[in-house]
Write a protein that binds this ligand. Sequence first.
Ligand SMILES: [Zn+2]
Length: 217
Amino acid sequence: MTFPQRLIDGYNAFAAGRLPHEQDRYRALAERGQSPEIMVIGCCDSRVSPEVIFDAGPGELFVVRNVANLVPPYSPDGRHHGVSAALEFGVGVLKVKHIVVLGHAHCGGIRAFAAEDREPISPGDFIGKWMSLIAPAAEKLGARSEAMPDYLQRLEQASVGNSLDNLLTFPRLAKLIERGDVALHGAYFGVATGELSVLDRATGEFLPVDHVRTALS
Ligand SMILES: [Zn+2]
């Protein structure tokens, strides 16, 4: 199998377009290292790229992506923990100031968890266990009383809240949050509409970004 032509074409477009404008920035970042202030925990979903949605350049976002943008609770058990390792690096070494959990509409992982027949998203050894991280959010919502699409949106958003709660179980991070050195945020991207909403943690509601701006001004 050859290297995908799509990637070669994409790289050539980048090398001719963006790279000349950003070359100095890449050089500077190579010399002094990265120091992004914002960490984003997003979904692997190919439609929800944080760098695209937030129009970010090199060095601006420290991103970790996994199926359904989940954060497991702190569990120093000697196993392999990708999200926890990224958090440790982002918080402890890069000293990010903000951590954003970015959920999204039409999340396949959330849908698979909520499906009535509970068909696994894929056969295999890992996904079922991984998706069980959604269970506390689903429990909080209780039995589904609305149409499935509405329920899925509620669960996608509740799962963002649950991931934020799990972030607080990391002792070092919890301390930094308490001191005001790190802030946690939830956000939600509407894939079809392109609309971004931000979680108002006081009410638990996700507000469209233009409303957030109005509320702050
Ligand atoms: Zn997803």
